[in-house]
Design a binder for this molecule. Structure first.
Ligand code: ATP
Length: 731
């Protein structure tokens, strides 16, 4: 097992630590006692046999003949698609371990047909020719104790074995005798995250390439979220690097396993903050065999118009306010008018009349009912036709359903409905609200103040939906108006990542996409960087339409090393005083270095030097700075002959340096991070708290080392030791 390095010297002086040692192979150095078998050899044999079994399963799927079972072309296509999907999912990826754990139960189990005492846990189910399991899917109930059992609660498990791989080769294993820890296991702290060399090795692995799955090392507090039932909406607050994104993605994979058919019908969605973040996470679910989960930003969800303008923050804040929902509801329904003339309908030799007051009653009844504007508009002709039919019956006729349908479709009824309950274009309603002061005043009366109404109005009224200069917040308003007209279809499950940044109106937009399903809401209040960032999860969940959802907290940090998280957490008193500092489960304290430039001109050179130094280590490097500073830094990197990538472009062994705008850093991580001019990152935001939060995000992207280069003084809280900072905030 790699040794825990001694605590490093104070901030500003720590050199980067040496790369971590690989986890010790617990068997290779030891000769098995005479007569005993070598466990590693036995496990490798099981791996080889499982691979053979998987190949056979794939071969079976490839040779399936579907001609006899498909009655028609459409069925055949659907079935062919399913078979192809299955063949794809049965691929044996050489570098992906087929199993990563083993459980030996004390007594034979017979859960879900899995009888036996020994189970190998892997990414997918593999069975032999007789149908007996060789590898069990990590999501199966039998696998759960692999993640949850502990010496204090063994859950029937005698031995938990974790496997270590190099590429596809099984090279190590680590045991925990849960019912009776051996002295060696007790000494290393088996059963805890810190006591597992394999977990440590996994979280120390350099971060080149896109985000990886964590299926072999999910921790108990994470597993509790991953396996919570489909009907439950959960909100997870967690400090940077506690695995919120990872947990959200694994929860979708788990739910798809447990409720495949239902979710295949209703659909699943992952919502992330921006396109580069989505590119970073996009391979996690496919690696877990889940190819059908849609990923989107909130902006993509509501892309009903082309967004070409940016609102000043006060305007965006107001447009994101939940009170806008009431204004929009009124505005959509504002077109409804009461009839002034009776309905006159001629059928054959008879003329039928329904007086205006009776139609008015029907209209009022529909207005009072909690149904969508469009559905009510479709119901009205039927209601009017019914009133005509009652008259026909009263005069001795016996009209049937066909007559009612014909009356509902007749020209006079259509004309009447068109005038009293006109069809509404949601974008036009919003356009009118933002252009027409009198219309806005009418709809916003008692909801928005006059000053707020003035803020909303466009300086130059737009002429049409296509030419209007819509902002991102306007698109959300249009989405809300659309939902007043027609119910937005609900998906089965939505994962909402970086949720702290959503406005109430954006929560509503996401909420209507899971109105009959459930959600996993992930976020960190300390990382809220929009003017409308949420102050508390209770309000956020209420806007999402899930006020009953439980809020849980993830506390163990897997990304940011101790020294770096302690440094960044000095900002907490100013950015989220109620939150406590995250812990770090990483053995290495990480490196932290603060360097001051003598002049503004020297700063880019210092940043380049820090990047060059970081590149001497394994793994990815991120240079993060205020958005406006990027051109200078890009030029300095270019002049120094250091090529760089942009966020979302995949890092590889040969291309490891990414230049990151602070506004895009959220959710990303790099082995070594260089933050250039913290004061510039803070100053770029509209207020100091948001600025310090943006800086907190930037500082917490580091996996192994952080270098801060500055010319302007760093924010006071960072300059002070943590104890003084807390005292200052309290005072
Ligand atoms: N149980 C685990 N085992 C191994 N690695 C883990 C585990 N949990 C999380 N990680 C790793 O820690 C890193 C941080 O995880 P993730 O990005 O999900 O955190 P987060 O809470 O969403 O962070 P942020 O708030 O900064 O967005 C990732 O590299 C992830 O793979």
């Amino acid at each position: 097992m790699s040794a825990v390095p001694p605590p490093g010297p104070a901030a500003g002086q720590t050199p980067p630590p040496p790369p971590p040692e690989p986890a010790a192979d617990r068997t290779q150095d030891r000769e098995p006692p005479a007569g005993a078998t070598d466990p590693l050899r036995t496990e490798r044999a099981h791996l080889a046999a499982s691979r053979t079994a998987l190949r056979a399963m794939r071969h079976d799927a490839e040779s399936l003949d579907i001609r006899d079972v498909t009655a028609n072309w459409v069925n055949a296509e659907v079935l062919r698609g399913e078979v192809e999907q299955r063949i794809k999912s049965l691929a044996d990826l050489v570098d992906t371990p087929l199993f990563f754990g083993r459980l030996d139960y004390r007594h034979p189990l017979d859960a879900e047909g899995e009888s036996g005492t020994r189970f190998y846990i892997g990414r997918r189910h593999v069975h032999d020719a007789e149908g007996d399991p060789m590898v069990i899917d990590w999501r199966a109930p039998v696998s759960q104790p692999f993640y949850r059992a502990s010496p204090s609660d063994p859950q029937g498990v005698e031995l938990r074995r974790r496997f270590g791989y190099d590429g596809g080769s099984l090279t190590a294993y680590e045991d925990e005798h849960l019912t009776h820890l051996t002295d060696e296991e007790r000494a290393r702290g088996a059963g805890t995250a810190a006591g597992s060399a394999l977990l440590q090795r996994e979280i120390e692995r350099p971060r080149v390439g896109p985000m990886r799955d964590i299926v072999a090392t999910i921790q108990p507090e994470q597993d509790a979220i991953v396996r919570s039932p489909l009907g439950t909406t959960l909100c997870v607050q967690g400090a940077p690097g506690t695995g919120k994104t990872a947990v959200g993605l694994h929860r979708v994979a788990f739910l798809l396993y447990a409720h495949r058919e239902r979710l295949a019908r209703s659909g699943t969605l992952v919502v992330g903050p921006n396109a580069s973040f989505l590119r970073y996470i996009e391979q996690v679910l496919p690696a877990l065999g889940e190819l059908e989960v849609r990923q989107s930003t909130v902006a993509d969800l509501v892309a009903h118009v082309e967004v070409r303008a940016v609102d000043p923050s006060a305007v965006a804040l107001l447009k994101g306010d939940a009170r806008m929902a009431e204004v929009l509801r009124r505005a959509v329904r504002a077109g409804v008018s009461m009839p002034t003339e009776p309905l006159v309908l001629v059928r054959g030799s008879r003329t039928w009349r329904v007086p205006a007051h009776e139609i008015e009653e029907l209209v009022r009844e529909l207005l009072d009912r909690d149904i969508r504007y469009g559905a009510a508009g479709e119901a009205l002709p039927q209601r009017i036709a019914h009133a005509v039919l009652v008259r026909m019956e009263r005069s001795g006729e016996a009209p049937d359903d066909r007559v009612q349908a014909a009356v509902a479709r007749s020209a006079p009824v259509k004309a009447l409905v068109k005038s009293v309950w006109p069809v509404v274009d949601p974008a036009k309603v919003v356009l009118r609200l933002l252009s027409d002061a009198a219309f806005l005043a009418e709809q916003a009366s008692g909801v928005l103040s006059e000053e707020e109404q003035r803020l909303l109005l466009w300086e130059k009224p737009a002429r049409g939906v296509r030419s209007a200069k819509w902002s991102a917040a306007d698109a959300v308003l249009i989405d809300e108006a659309r939902d007043v007209v027609e119910r937005t279809p609900s998906l089965g499950h939505v994962v909402l990542d970086e949720a702290q940044d959503l406005s109430p109106m954006q929560y509503r937009a996401v909420g209507r996409r899971c109105s009959t399903g459930s959600a996993t809401v992930l976020g960190d209040l300390a990382q809220g960087t929009t003017p409308w960032a949420t102050d508390g999860w209770a309000q956020a969940l209420a806007h999402l339409g899930k006020p009953e959802a439980a809020v849980s907290e993830l506390t163990e940090g897997f990304r940011v090393p101790r020294q770096v998280i302690a440094y960044a957490s000095r900002l907490l008193p100013a950015i989220a005083p109620d939150l406590s500092e995250a812990t770090s489960v990483r053995e290495s304290a990480g490196s932290l270095e603060i360097r001051a430039a003598a002049s503004p001109e020297e700063l880019p050179h210092l940043a380049v030097a820090a990047c060059r130094e970081a590149l001497t280590h394994e793994g990815s490097v991120g240079l993060i700075a205020a958005d406006a500073a990027l051109p200078d830094l890009a030029a300095a990197l270019g002049a120094a002959g250091l090529p760089h990538l942009s966020p979302g472009e995949e890092t590889s062994a040969g291309r490891r340096l990414t230049l990151v705008a602070a506004s895009l850093a959220k959710g990303l991580e790099y082995d070594y991070v260089v933050v250039a001019e913290p004061a510039g990152i803070v100053a770029a935001e509209p207020d100091e708290r948001t600025g310090l939060r943006r800086l907190y995000v930037a500082l917490t992207r580091a996996v192994s080392g952080l270098a801060v280069v500055h010319h302007a003084p760093v924010p006071a809280l960072l300059a002070e030791p943590a104890a003084t900072a807390t005292a200052a905030a309290a005072g």
